[in-house]
Design a protein around this ligand. Structure first.
Ligand SMILES: Nc1ncnc2c1ncn2[C@@H]1O[C@H](COP(=O)(O)OP(=O)(O)OP(=O)(O)O)[C@@H](O)[C@H]1O
Length: 899
């Protein structure tokens, strides 16, 4: 019972039950002797009896049935004489008064809507008499302890059950015209039969089965005659019975809880010491004093005496009052004195008790912050471990975050999807054959390579290659990023590494791929320079240990990707760990073609594929695989924006331009003068590229502002194809071409602009590299000075620095002279190109051929064949019409801002 009260759920259930009882039992349906539910229970019992009873019940005659169905009003009260419980008696006057008081007391603490029900309870007890237990409880309920309440509740349960049973028996007996005692006997017999059946000890005989059938058919007949049908066996009837006992239980429990939470408001009146003295003490009404928590005193009064002293208290004499005291000592003194003054002999003095009461409510409230704290910690720990691969709670934080890809379902990438990088593929193929046929290597005594580091610029396909390796070898693939080992808690990194390798060992053969390994694999010596990072270092150490820990038979291959192989710790790269170092560079012309081929497969286009791939590859020198994938996607988006039904060359070129130069800034409107300057600047570059033998010829030039701060944009074709070495001539021509913009401004305008600053930066860097790295200055000789912005001291002397300055200046001056000579000579051509640019804003290679004639130098066949103007449409606008009116109209519109 104690646990019952402690569980709020139980209390809630009780209160709900009471509420529902009270809610649904209207005045007309409250029939104490038989509730709606009890009639259902009764029906169920009748059926039980009917199936098993000898001979079956006799159908009741209509009269009986009608009187029963018409309700259980007072006309049926003949039953009260049959009350078998002899210990219950009718109420005496005193008892009745006591019951009324008790009911009133309960009513004063429950909502008025429930008063009707309490009256029904009262009626019930008035009619059936007060049980001894209830009588006893009622005598002293105001001072009842928790144990008294519990005992009472337990008794009420019992009483409710017995009462329900009794009513059911009476009901059935009436139906069967049989004394309830016989019915009880039959019920017991049925119960024992049931038990036997359950144990498999007794089997039904043929005869019994026959009898049962007969009973059932009789029952069927009865139902046809219009009797109330029995609910089907096993069916659940969700109804609540109103019975006085359960109502009383609920009321008592609610009251007790209420009293525990608000002990001060339990009805006792608050008085002062003077009142106490004059009204109670002096009149001899005080029975006992209880000092509560050393601050208040409860005065227990003699009820009868106080009823006489205060006859106008509505029949409810005050049983106790309260008053506050300053301190126990002063109270004792005052009491002592008062009793002395009243002449109360020492032996008859009022007894004083001392009690420390802790109200439940405030005790619970004092625990609330602690409980909240624990709940919070529990919640946070559950959330923290949520992603921890199965183990939840804060302890899951050390679990590896690696994603496992299932080789059968998740990894669809094969080597065929990885274009170019043939050498890398060959290298990595060996891992595949190791995972597929390890015995081929082992039988020759070869040690299996543990892992490979894939290094290269961003987007060159390192992750793709690792995935393809897993897809090709058909083994599980664990992918994790180096940064996922790093956590704010100490020890999490190494623990995740351990967990990753432990998982991998359970699933051999498999591949682990650690992307961006430089996040944890940085050289330990370098880290310590800035204060070090112990956590990262221990994570790295754990990786080193785990990779050492593989025994040769374990087929776990570790691949790692990084853009910065130079910063990696040497211990990681030593043989036995990452044995292979596979460098993946940006693709060559051929590689780009292959990558375009892979990505163009998904694009809807009817261009000649071979030509398209070649031309796009030629247009995108220096692009990595990811850039190419982006370009192709961008082209499809451009086409979609134009509502085109297929992607054509123009869309691809626009996409490439966008990837290289950035977004067109149509909103940036230059003044006509600025636009003119930009046109002549770009024309200067274009003419240099066209007429210098070693420079890159122009592919496209535009004066539409793009990206960040670029007012013009020119794209050049690599003259010698993909170049990996540059000679002095190439460098000089390139520098001269880069200065072409400024020289052109000088030649065509009175003043120069700031637009060439980026060109000067490029030229300076090229000239410095020629002097300090490439050994192209006779004065300085063959020396290489590392360029490191973080160096505090220059690695050369003041003299050398001076010489470098002089040489750089000389080289730039030479390039300038070279450029000036050419542009002075080709001033007219610069003008032509600039004016055309001003009118069209964009010029292509075809336009330059039209304006300047073919380039006077042979070009790399591989590149040039895609730009002969035959294979595909360029984005250059159509040639201007010969009709002067049409031209001026069109150009006039375009040139509005210039005029
Ligand atoms: N050789 C290639 N063939 C086909 N597609 C490629 C190739 N290289 C890159 N790509 C494309 O580029 C995308 C990005 O490549 P990936 O993620 O492998 O680059 P990465 O080298 O790992 O980059 P990072 O160093 O930044 O991690 C791929 O999803 C793929 O679409």
């Amino acid at each position: 019972m104690a646990t019952f009260l402690r569980r709020p759920g139980n209390l809630a259930r009780f209160s709900r039950r009471a509420t529902e009882c009270v809610g649904r039992v209207g005045p007309s349906s409250v029939r104490l002797p038989q509730s709606k539910l009890s009639s259902l229970i009764t029906s169920q019992r009748i059926r039980t009896f009917a199936t098993q009873g000898p001979g079956g019940p006799t159908p009741p005659d209509d009269k009986t049935r009608n009187s029963q169905s018409s309700g259980n009003g007072p006309e049926n009260d003949g039953r009260k004489d049959e009350d078998p419980n002899k210990s219950e008696s009718k109420l005496t006057e005193k008892e009745q008064q006591q019951l009324d008081e008790f009911i009133k007391h309960i009513e004063s603490r429950i909502p008025p809507s429930q008063h009707e029900s309490t009256q029904q309870v009262r009626k019930h007890f008035m009619k059936n008499g007060l049980p001894a237990e209830l009588k006893e409880f009622m005598n002293n309920y105001k001072n009842a302890s928790l144990m008294d309440y519990l005992r009472m509740v337990r008794w009420l349960f019992k009483y409710a059950n017995e009462h329900a049973d009794k009513m059911a028996r009476e009901e059935v007996a009436r139906d069967m015209k049989m004394p309830p005692e016989d019915l009880q006997k039959m019920k017991d017999q049925r119960q024992s039969e049931k038990d036997n059946e359950k144990d498999g000890k007794q089997e039904k005989t043929e005869e019994q089965k026959k009898k049962e059938k007969e009973q059932e058919s009789e029952q069927g007949k009865k139902q046809k005659k219009g009797e109330q049908p029995f609910p089907p066996p096993g069916s659940k009837v969700f109804e609540f019975r109103f019975d006085p006992a359960s109502f009383l239980i609920t009321a008592l429990v609610t009251y007790y809880v209420y009293r525990s939470f608000f002990p001060g408001d339990s009805g006792a009146r608050e008085i002062t010491w003077q009142e106490f003295r004059s009204n109670y003490l002096d009149k001899g009404l005080v029975e006992k004093l209880t000092v509560l928590n050393r601050s208040r005193v409860r005065v227990d009064l003699n009820r009868e005496a106080s009823a006489q002293a205060y006859p106008d208290s509505n029949g409810q004499p005050v049983s106790h009052v309260l008053f506050s005291i300053g301190s126990v000592e002063s109270f004792e003194m005052k009491l002592e004195q008062a009793q002395y003054e009243l002449g109360i002999p020492t032996g008859e003095r009022i007894p004083v008790a001392y009690v420390d009461e802790v109200p439940w409510g405030s005790a619970l409230l004092s625990f609330a912050p602690t409980l909240l704290l624990f709940a919070g910690i529990y919640w946070v720990s559950r959330r923290a471990g949520g992603g921890g691969g199965g183990q939840s709670g804060i302890f899951g934080i050390g679990k590896s975050r690696a994603k496992k890809f299932n080789h059968e379902t998740d990894i669809k990438i094969k080597f065929a999807d990885v274009a170019g990088m043939d050498e890398a593929k060959v290298e990595i193929m060996e891992f595949v054959s190791f995972l597929q046929q390890p015995e081929r290597f082992q039988k020759l005594g070869a040690k299996i390579p543990r892992g490979a580091i894939l290094s290269g610029p961003p987007g060159t396909g390192k992750t793709l290659l690792a995935k393809a390796t897993a897809g090709e070898s058909g083994v599980p693939f664990y992918s994790v990023s180096g940064s996922e080992f790093v956590e704010m808690f100490v020890g999490v990194g190494p623990s995740r590494v351990r967990d990753l390798f432990a998982n991998a060992r359970k699933n051999t053969p498999c591949i682990i791929f650690i992307d961006e390994i430089d996040a944890i694999g940085k050289s330990r010596a370098k880290q310590n320079f800035g204060g070090g990072n112990d956590e990262r270092e221990s994570t790295l150490n754990q990786i080193l240990t785990e990779m050492d820990g593989f025994n040769t038979s374990e087929q776990v291959v570790v691949l790692a990707g990084t853009n910065r192989p130079d910063v990696l710790d040497k211990a990681l790269m030593r043989p036995g760990r990452f044995d292979r170092h596979i460098g993946i560079d940006r693709p060559t012309m051929d590689g780009r073609k292959q990558i375009f081929r892979v990505h163009l497969k998904k694009i809807v286009t009817d261009e000649n594929m071979e030509y398209l791939e070649g031309r796009l590859a030629a247009l995108t020198p220096g692009f990595a695989g990811a850039d190419i994938a982006n370009c192709v996607n961008e082209a499809a988006l451009v086409a979609a924006r134009e509502n085109a039904d297929k992607v054509v060359m123009k869309h691809f070129e626009q996409a490439i331009e966008r990837v290289i130069g950035g977004l067109e800034k149509k909103s940036l409107v230059l003044s006509p003068e600025e636009k003119r300057t930009v046109a002549y600047h770009e024309a200067g570059h274009a003419i240099c590229g066209w007429y210098f033998k070693w420079a890159d010829p122009l592919l496209k030039v535009s004066i539409i502002p793009r990206g960040q701060g670029a007012l013009g944009y020119a794209q050049y074709l690599p003259a010698g194809g993909d170049t990996y070495l540059m000679n002095t001539n190439q460098l000089m021509d390139r520098m001269a071409m880069t200065l072409g913009g400024r020289v052109s401004e000088e030649l065509h305008f009175d003043t120069v602009t700031s637009g060439a600053s980026d060109d000067f930066n490029k030229v300076t860097r090229m000239a410095t590299a020629m002097v300090t790295k490439f050994g192209m200055s006779k004065k300085l000789g063959f020396i290489h000075y590392e360029e490191d912005g973080q160096q505090i001291q220059k690695p050369f002397s003041e003299d050398t620095a001076h010489t470098i300055d002089v040489e750089v200046r000389r080289i730039i001056e030479e390039a300038y002279q070279q450029c000036q000579t050419l542009l002075t000579e080709k001033k007219k051509e610069v003008g032509i190109v600039a004016e055309e640019l001003l009118s069209k804003e964009v010029l292509g290679r075809d336009d330059l051929i039209r304006l300047l004639g073919p380039r006077p130098f042979p070009e790399s066949g591989e590149f040039a064949k895609y730009f002969d103007g035959k294979g595909g449409e360029t984005i250059a606008p159509p040639e201007p019409s010969q009709n002067p009116e049409e031209t001026s109209g069109k150009d006039g519109r375009d040139q509005t801002p210039l005029s």
